[in-house]
Design a protein around this ligand. Structure first.
Ligand code: AHM
Ligand code: MG
Length: 343
């Protein structure tokens, strides 16, 4: 692991500029976009940290497009990110978990389309557990068509030009990729800067942690039930069963999986026949991060990032993490595919 010595701290801003300089033809627009997201993340981080002592904590009364209660911090985070993107005038459209339709920005010729989950895991806010922001960036194909349409945003995850997340945990961590590995930063609150802590993080090939909401066990496919039982048996390499860890904030569970290895699963079930998590602003960006770090992400049948989207808020089951673990669960799903019916 390549770490950066305290003697020469590299900030997110510096790192983005250094990375851009490696591409002679780069216009700097993507760099600007990443800097905008970094700035919004610092403001959200500050509000998340003081949520308990201000009136921003809790439900604001309205419901989001999925009928869930909107927390004030969700709304705040959504506004911060969208205003940051509006300011730089290079994004034509934003799609966010908090908004039913597309949000057209004033820069109609803007090159980029950005998907956001402004505050993922928001049911955890009230209990002081980690939450996160997720972003996924695409280029607009029909740039010279003045009408920005929802169909412009329906691109598979393999076309993402950049993706990342911010985890508001015991410290605030930002991870992003532009397709050349994953860089990780930690916010130093004393100077208000994200500091580079790893320029090319790699996920362990295999881990011994499984992460799934086991309360839904009875409604899983047989292959998944068998796989989880397999995880609970003694692993010959460690002499112990796998450990179960489930935070209930996808960003936090995936971040742990990135660092420690293992598997994160949100399958389909009776309650969520298509899975619960959203393809475009949860699964695709986190899959790009995990793949760029050497891991895998599948919906159980195919690579997440190859799914052709049909709707901006569509859901998908997801199995992601260390390659050895993901391949194993996929083997179980295939082996018991004949008995696929949800019990
Ligand atoms: P949210 O975007 O409304 O917060 O929902 C997504 C969250 C994910 O962060 C997390 O993985 C999942 O919901 C947890 O769901 P469950 O409580 O069903 O296990
Ligand atoms: Mg979410």
């Amino acid at each position: 692991m390549q770490t950066v010595s305290e003697a020469r701290l590299v900030t997110l801003e510096e790192y983005i500029i250094q990375s851009q300089n490696r591409f002679p033809g780069a216009t700097g627009e993507l760099s600007q976009l990443l800097r905008d997201i970094g700035l919004a993340a610092k403001i959200i981080s500050r509000e998340v940290n003081k949520a308990g002592i201000t009136n921003i904590l809790g439900v604001d009364g309205s419901k989001n497009v999925h009928g869930e209660e909107v927390k004030k911090l969700d709304v705040f985070s959504d506004h911060q990110l969208i205003s940051a993107l509006e300011r730089s005038q290079i994004t034509c459209m934003v799609i966010s978990e908090e908004n039913d339709g597309i949000v057209r920005l004033s820069s109609k010729g803007g090159k980029y389309i950005v998907y956001l989950d402004p505050l993922d895991g928001s049911s955890n806010i009230d209990v002081n557990v980690s939450v996160g922001s997720i972003f996924s960036i695409y280029m607009r194909e029909a740039r010279f068509d003045p009408t920005v349409k929802e169909s412009d945003a329906l691109q598979p995850g393999i076309r993402q030009v950049a993706a990342g997340y911010v985890l508001y945990g015991s410290s605030t961590t930002l991870a992003y990729t532009t397709g050349l590995g994953v860089s990780l930063f930690t916010l130093d609150p004393s100077i208000g800067e994200f500091i580079l802590c790893n320029r090319n993080i790699k996920i362990p090939q295999k881990g011994t942690i499984y992460s799934i909401n086991e309360g839904s066990y009875n409604s899983w496919d047989l292959g998944l039930k068998k796989y989880i039982k397999y995880c609970q048996e003694t692993d010959p390499e460690t002499g112990r069963p796998y450990s179960a860890r489930y935070i209930g904030s996808m960003v936090a569970d995936v971040h742990r999986t990135l660092i420690k290895g293992g598997i994160f699963i949100y399958p389909h079930s009776n309650r969520y026949p298509e899975g619960k998590l959203r393809l475009m602003y949860e699964c695709n960006p986190l899959s790009m991060i995990i793949e760029q770090a050497g891991g895998m992400a599948s919906n159980g049948e195919r690579r997440i990032m190859e799914i052709e989207p049909v709707a901006i808020h569509q859901r998908t089951p997801i199995y992601m993490g260390s390659p050895i673990n993901v391949r194993k669960v996929l083997d179980f799903l295939v082996e018991y595919a004949e008995e696929k019916t949800l019990a």
